[in-house]
Design a protein around this ligand. Structure first.
Ligand SMILES: Nc1ncnc2c1ncn2[C@@H]1O[C@H](COP(=O)(O)OP(=O)(O)O)[C@@H](O)[C@H]1O
Ligand SMILES: [Mg+2]
Length: 359
């Protein structure tokens, strides 16, 4: 399901706001402090039950108000989503008037946010990149969620036994760890492979319009499983007993996985400029979004705050043709309007909102 319209009540700076969304790209533009990030945050809260910035949802209630309410409508299915957060009470999520959990919400209305952390995806800890893949798989496959919980439950118990120095007790959890862990690895592997296919298609289209996009064609993304998958997880666990006992935790397995981005043998984080890294992260996130639509039949919303920050005008020009290839909803903000001057107005599927005009 995907939203076509969203309404806010008492959310951050907005007392009331109604926004119609394009089935493809929607640009929110306006000067600092006009509420662009707030709108993106409201959409993220409406699709995940949490914020991308703060764990304190109460701080999102407009000053002086008692509660915020976000309503979203899906024209195609006729579904209505309502999220309400009252001071001191937990968040309340309803789809078509029935209460749902945050996990059910995430699956019904998947969304991905490209924020400043995602921009420098390659500079972040591996955990951050793992989470990005896992969030994709969580919405794509219920089987994945089962394997994920099974794996991490067994891992926690195994690590507790290792803390006590008891290797035979630790080994009791190997079976569950191997069973769930290898499935986890396979699903992650196919997500990265499928995303890579879309990524190559997208960057080839960008190169056809702008030579500077060539650097993105040379980028490879490879999943490092966190263990040597050629000999199987069980053998890795067996070989790591001494190390696991010394470290008092499980040192091999999908909980150590990472995705490595390289260009001609060098790590992207060492090679690319900040602007190039940011654009790579955006194109990769877009590719994952398109792939989730094509392979898993989902319509995830992609949110991007402050498109042009850190991008010079050439990098921005390099990116803008990508808007034509969006296959799901893409909602992004920028300080200035990009239409007319930079984006071809003939693309009817693009919508723009001057945020000051609608507050
Ligand atoms: N709980 C709140 N109540 C009222 N105003 C708020 C609240 N939280 C944030 N604001 C204000 O909302 C305004 C919009 O912020 P933001 O969405 O970050 O703007 P932009 O992204 O367009 O620069 C800011 O002036 C901020 O101070
Ligand atoms: Mg902002």
């Amino acid at each position: 399901m995907a939203f076509s319209k969203i309404e806010l009540r008492n959310f951050r700076c907005f007392e009331r706001l109604t926004l119609d969304l394009s089935p493809q790209s929607t640009l929110l533009y306006g000067k600092n402090g006009c509420g662009k990030t707030s709108i993106l945050e409201a959409i993220f809260v409406a699709t995940s039950g949490r914020s991308f910035r703060t764990s304190n949802l109460e701080s999102l209630i407009k000053e002086g108000a008692e509660a915020f309410v976000i309503k979203a409508y899906d024209d195609l299915s006729g579904s209505i989503l309502e999220i309400k957060k009252q001071k001191t009470l937990p968040i309340n999520i309803k789809i078509n008037n029935s209460k749902v959990t945050a996990s059910e919400l995430v699956r019904a209305f998947p969304s991905f946010s490209i924020d400043s952390k995602t921009f420098f995806y390659n500079d972040n800890a591996p955990e951050y990149r793992r989470k990005h893949i896992d969030r994709g798989l969580f919405v794509a496959s219920t089987e994945y969620a089962k394997d994920w919980f099974g794996y991490f439950r067994a891992l926690k118990q195994r690590n507790s036994a290792l803390k006590l120095g008891d290797i035979s007790q630790a080994r009791a959890y190997d079976e569950a760890l191997v069973l769930n862990g290898e499935k986890l690895n396979e699903l992650r592997f196919s997500l990265v492979k499928d995303t890579q296919v879309v990524y190559q298609e997208l960057v080839q289209s960008l190169v056809a319009e702008n030579d500077r996009a060539k650097i993105f064609c040379e980028v490879t993304a490879e999943l490092f499983p966190g263990y040597d998958s050629s000999i199987g997880l069980q053998t890795n666990l067996n070989n790591a007993h001494a190390n696991d006992l010394r470290r008092r935790s499980t040192t091999k397995g999908p909980h150590k996985a990472d995705i490595i981005f390289e260009s001609k043998g060098s790590l992207i984080k060492d090679k690319f400029s900040r602007g190039e890294q940011k654009l790579l992260s955006i194109i990769w996130s877009m590719s994952q979004n398109i792939m989730l639509g094509r392979v898993y039949n989902l319509s995830p919303i992609l949110l991007l705050d402050d498109l042009s920050s850190e991008l010079d005008s050439e990098m921005l020009e390099c990116f803008l043709p990508a808007l034509k290839y969006i296959e799901n909803r893409f909602i992004f903000s920028n300080i200035v309007d990009l239409f007319g001057s930079k984006i071809d107005d003939s693309n009817q599927k693009l919508k723009k909102f001057h945020v000051e005009q609608i507050t």
